[in-house]
Ligand binder design. Structure first.
Ligand SMILES: Nc1ncnc2c1ncn2[C@@H]1O[C@H](COP(=O)(O)OP(=O)(O)OP(=O)(O)O)[C@@H](O)[C@H]1O
Ligand SMILES: [Mg+2]
Length: 237
């Protein structure tokens, strides 16, 4: 079956610094897949390349078999990929609802803004309660919820999440991972970058280990949880 998202031998660079070396990965429809790896491995770069923020240098990339390599970011959103960026990147002085409106910037989403808003408020009732509050005054967990909701406003098929648990207290981290379950239950496909390896392996089906810009190993969540290298280097076990 055609994968929902497929990357083959993708390379990317910042000027003369090469950050990704021939990365290949597939995500099936409805699957949740993790990308783990140390600081500076290229995880954020990978997400930025998929969403068209950073053009790839080489390779191919497709969604449901349609090539997206080389498309500008807004066209990638139109193809059904939404990105929850590292550090959330909300507009702190704008209200929750104004932030959500920004997520619905593509014409198709603008046309069904009210419907999408109902959907995300149903998924995240807390945001509805706080719709008029400046986003920057919400708790870290609420802000992460808002960043996820903003991405969902474009009605994506694939949600890219870059370290959604970063900077959150352990109990809130747990809540953020529960959101991943809720998003999957809505039929979305998820690609999630995390340093919280133990917990992410509880919510994904499979994961890839990225080190120095290359995929070092991959497997099912159960395989990686049992892998002695992953356990020692990334789970502190
Ligand atoms: N705008 C940029 N210009 C130049 N180099 C960059 C830029 N952004 C990232 N890099 C470099 O690319 C490499 C990969 O960075 P990236 O942010 O993708 O790592 P990461 O795996 O997301 O790390 P972290 O876990 O700390 O978020 C790093 O060596 C980084 O210094
Ligand atoms: Mg990063």
């Amino acid at each position: 079956m055609t994968p929902m998202l497929s990357l083959a031998t993708v390379s990317a660079a910042y000027g003369s610094f090469q950050a990704l070396f021939g990365v290949s990965l597939d995500v099936a429809r409805g699957e949740a897949v993790g990308v783990i790896g140390p600081n500076g491995a290229g995880k954020t770069t990978l997400m930025r390349v998929i969403s068209g923020i950073l053009p790839m240098r080489d390779g191919t990339m497709s969604i449901e078999g349609r090539e997206i390599g080389g498309l500008p970011a807004h066209r990638v959103v139109e193809q059904g990929i939404a990105h929850v960026p590292e550090n959330r990147r909300l507009f702190p002085r704008l209200s929750v609802e104004e932030n959500l409106r920004i997520g619905a910037f593509i014409p198709s989403a603008r046309a069904r803004f009210a419907e999408q808003l109902d959907w995300v408020y149903q998924l995240f009732p807390r945001l509805k309660e706080r719709r008029g509050q400046p986003a920057g005054t919400m708790s870290g967990g609420e802000q992460q919820m808002c960043a996820i909701a903003r991405a969902l406003m474009s009605k994506p098929k694939v949600l890219l999440m870059d370290e959604p648990s970063a900077g959150l207290a352990p109990i809130v981290v747990q809540q953020v991972f529960e959101l991943v379950h809720r998003i999957r239950a809505e039929g979305l496909t998820v690609l999630i970058v995390e340093q919280n390896v133990q917990q992410v392996l509880d919510v994904v089906d499979r994961a890839y280990l990225l080190e120095v810009g290359a995929i070092k190993l991959s497997g099912t969540a159960a395989e990686l949880k049992g892998n002695s290298f992953i356990r020692e280097a990334y789970m502190g076990l």
